[in-house]
Design a protein around this ligand. Structure first.
Ligand SMILES: NC(=O)c1ccc[n+]([C@@H]2O[C@H](COP(=O)([O-])OP(=O)(O)OC[C@H]3O[C@@H](n4cnc5c(N)ncnc54)[C@H](O)[C@@H]3O)[C@@H](O)[C@H]2O)c1
Length: 256
């Protein structure tokens, strides 16, 4: 199976850290013109600089906050100048540097901050690209959710678990709405991946015993890599997945 994206335009959010970066690299290597966005300019630029685009592939990067609907609309308009955005991957998200705390100590701002990037960000991005996809009768939307949205979150952060579960509901609903227009909508739910400063801190804070316990709970006995997540995304946004929509695929080494 050879997956290719020559002639396709892709928009990838959250491209400055591991998973989003691996998705940008995977799409560009297979010939897509990728528009990568994040709020971290330095590491975002590094994503573009370390890409190895294949024939017709390329990476353009823009600083944009996915919680800002106007900024997302501007980015989508710029990316679709030559036609339309064919592929949207919403990977921006995460815990925004927060840690788990008792529910009565969580502030409204903390709750909202996580929702703005994970769930409202997904909504803003889909809203910006859906009209072009519907007009063309083709589009692939992929939202990076999390095992936290399917089960209990290792982070202990209530807003994170809720926003990730919300993304999974959004995927189901959008697949129903956009399917008649030829637009497929899916999600990948990663398990624990050491792909950003927060997950690195979390890994260290587990200590050797906690790390061994986590490894022992994963049937494949290793942690996932950003590339493992990106590979699942490549399949789901490719023509090989042309009859798959509304699904959330766990990529977690078989952990239940
Ligand atoms: N790493 C893990 O263990 C893990 C597990 C399950 C799910 N996920 C999800 O995978 C996705 C990617 O995670 P990651 O590990 O690559 O990095 P991450 O969790 O740090 O977040 C992804 C990126 O989103 C960016 N971002 C944050 N707020 C933004 C905003 N308002 N606008 C635009 N960009 C913004 C961050 O700067 C970061 O580069 C996230 O949605 C995360 O929730 C990660």
């Amino acid at each position: 199976m050879e997956i290719g994206f020559r002639g396709k335009t892709a928009l990838v959010t959250g491209a400055a850290h591991g998973i989003g970066r691996a998705i940008v690299h995977g799409l560009a290597a297979r010939g897509a013109q990728v528009w990568a966005c994040d709020v971290l300019p330095d590491t975002l630029e590094e994503t573009a600089a370390t890409a190895e685009p294949g024939q017709d592939g390329g990476v353009h990067w823009r600083v944009a906050d996915v919680g800002d609907a106007a900024a997302v609309a501007r980015l989508a308009a710029e990316a679709s100048e030559g036609g339309a955005v064919d592929i949207l991957v919403h990977s921006a998200g995460g815990t925004r540097g927060q840690v788990g705390q008792p529910v009565e100590e969580v502030t409204g701002e903390q709750w909202q901050d996580i929702f703005d990037v994970n769930l409202k960000g997904a909504f803003n991005c889909v809203r910006a690209v859906a009209p072009g996809m519907k007009e063309r009768g083709d589009g692939r939307i992929l939202i990076i959710s999390s095992g936290a949205g399917l089960s209990v979150s290792l982070t202990g952060i209530q807003a994170y678990a809720s926003a990730k579960a919300g993304q999974i509901g959004l995927v189901r609903q959008l697949a129903h709405e956009l399917g008649p227009f030829g637009v497929r909508v899916n999600s990948v739910a990663p398990g624990f991946v050491r792909s950003n400063p927060t997950s690195e801190r979390q890994w260290r804070s587990m200590g050797v015993e906690g790390q061994e316990r986590l490894m022992g709970s994963i049937p494949l006995r290793r942690l996932g890599l950003a590339e493992d997540i990106a590979n699942a995304v490549m399949f789901l946004v490719s023509d090989y997945a042309s009859y798959i929509s509304g699904q959330t695929v766990s990529v977690n080494g078989g952990r239940q």
